[in-house]
Design a protein around this ligand. Structure first.
Ligand code: B4P
Length: 192
């Protein structure tokens, strides 16, 4: 199954993708994780991305598409994948659509995790304490939420218009949310 997880920062995409990959037996591709690995490795791309990410801005579409293309060309994605953190704007959504059409692997479904802003801020503040991620400071979080509302929310409509969207309540325990996702994607799995 080829599935994309959508949702604001802190909505639980990365958290649920980790569980879903075991359940669906397909790789979890997080563009945030790919970028953080480049930053940790100190590669030229990582050096470029580091300050942009810390500010809470989006890294350039061209860099992201190149990275994603490389990742999707690996053999382990032949049976499907879970995409987390991409697309984040309409340009990325149409670039992804074109890429998947070219390799004959269209997206099967998009799952949006719905969580209100107040709770998002609370969750990210919790992660800031626990993990100290560079972009989890209050100023970056505000910026990331604003960018989500302006640029990423339209991506939800993009998948809705294609009849691929399912919205899942992202509030509850990790198990509750996971169960809801499994139920939401069950019809798509039966067809596939
Ligand atoms: P990401 O790594 O995608 O970061 P994120 O949006 O904060 O989501 P994440 O998956 O980490 O958090 P989650 O909701 O699971 O992106 C980071 C940066 O990379 C971006 O700002 C940008 O600069 C760059 N980037 C990435 N992709 C890009 C792209 N396509 N284009 C351009 N730039 C890009 O979890 C958050 C917290 O909530 C965790 O602490 C978790 O434990 C907690 N949580 C989750 N579910 C919960 C629940 N049910 N109850 C309570 N807590 C919960």
């Amino acid at each position: 199954m080829r599935l994309v997880l959508l949702g604001a920062p802190g909505s639980g995409k990365g958290t649920q993708a980790t569980r879903l990959k075991d359940y669906l037996q397909v790789p979890h591709i997080s563009t945030g994780d790919l970028l953080r690995a480049e930053v940790a490795a100190g590669s030229p791309l990582g050096l470029e991305a580091k300050a942009i990410m810390a500010r809470g801005d989006l890294v350039s579409d061209a860099i992201l598409l190149g990275m994603l293309e490389e990742r999707l060309s690996r053999a382990d994605t032949a049976g499907g994948f879970i995409l987390d953190g991409y697309p984040r704007n309409l340009a990325q959504a149409s670039a992804l659509g074109a890429l998947l059409a070219r390799i004959g692997q269209p997206m099967d479904c998009a799952v949006q995790l719905d969580v209100d802003n107040e709770l998002l801020v609370e969750r990210i503040a919790g992660r800031a304490k626990a993990e100290g991620r560079a972009d989890d400071n209050p100023e970056s979080v505000r910026k990331r939420l604003a960018i989500y509302a302006q640029q990423t929310a339209p991506v939800v409509d993009y998948y809705r218009q294609q009849g691929k969207l399912t919205v899942v309540d992202g509030v509850g325990t990790l198990d509750d949310v996971f169960k809801r996702i499994i139920e939401a994607i069950a019809p798509v799995r039966e067809v596939g």
